[in-house]
Design a protein around this ligand. Structure first.
Ligand code: ZN
Length: 171
């Protein structure tokens, strides 16, 4: 790494900290960014800054959002009496990709784990109870990991997910 100027070394170090990016890939990406036009490189930098500045949690369902309410909470065509409870925004994205669910979501932001000291107050359970009372929720689908291995929704294929959603049984 010593043969690289400091500015490239800094970029390589930052990229190498990303998941799935080793030293070699980080170097290749840094070289690619170096060869990009100023405009493209700035666009990449700006999108990262924007992400950190603008992104917040939806005030209703706690998924990632650019606005106070996320796109789904703001969508009047979504069934309002139906909530799908997931652990993370990525789980919601998996279900959305399947296209099988037309209700709204509630993102817990984690999972109860007494072993790790994560209790009901650390995830959005009280907020879920409030929503059920206020929004007249008539059906809640729990799409959270139910076993210790916690089969991750991200890795369940879309067809299986769609089938499970439609017949409302576990995946
Ligand atoms: Zn929302």
């Amino acid at each position: 790494m010593d043969y690289y100027p400091g500015s490239i070394k800094t970029l390589i170090r930052s990229l190498a900290r990303l998941p799935g990016i080793g030293q070699k890939t980080a170097e290749r990406l840094a070289m690619h960014i170096l060869q990009q036009s100023d405009e493209d490189a700035l666009q990449l930098a700006r999108s990262i800054v924007d992400l950190k500045k603008r992104l917040r949690l939806c005030s209703r369902c706690f998924t990632l959002s650019d606005d106070v309410l996320c796109r789904i909470c703001n969508d009047p065509s979504r069934e309002s009496g139906l909530i799908c409870v997931v652990e993370q925004p990525a789980d919601m994205a998996s279900i959305e990709k399947s296209g099988a669910f037309k209700g709204r979501y509630h993102i817990l932001g984690g999972v109860l784990s007494p072993m790790d000291g994560i209790g009901p107050d650390d995830i959005k359970i009280a907020e879920l109870v409030t929503r059920v009372e206020k929004e007249g929720i008539r059906e809640i689908i729990l799409a959270t990991g139910t076993n210790v291995e916690g089969e991750d929704l991200k890795y369940v294929d879309q067809v299986t997910l769609k089938r499970a959603m439609e017949s409302r049984h576990g995946v």
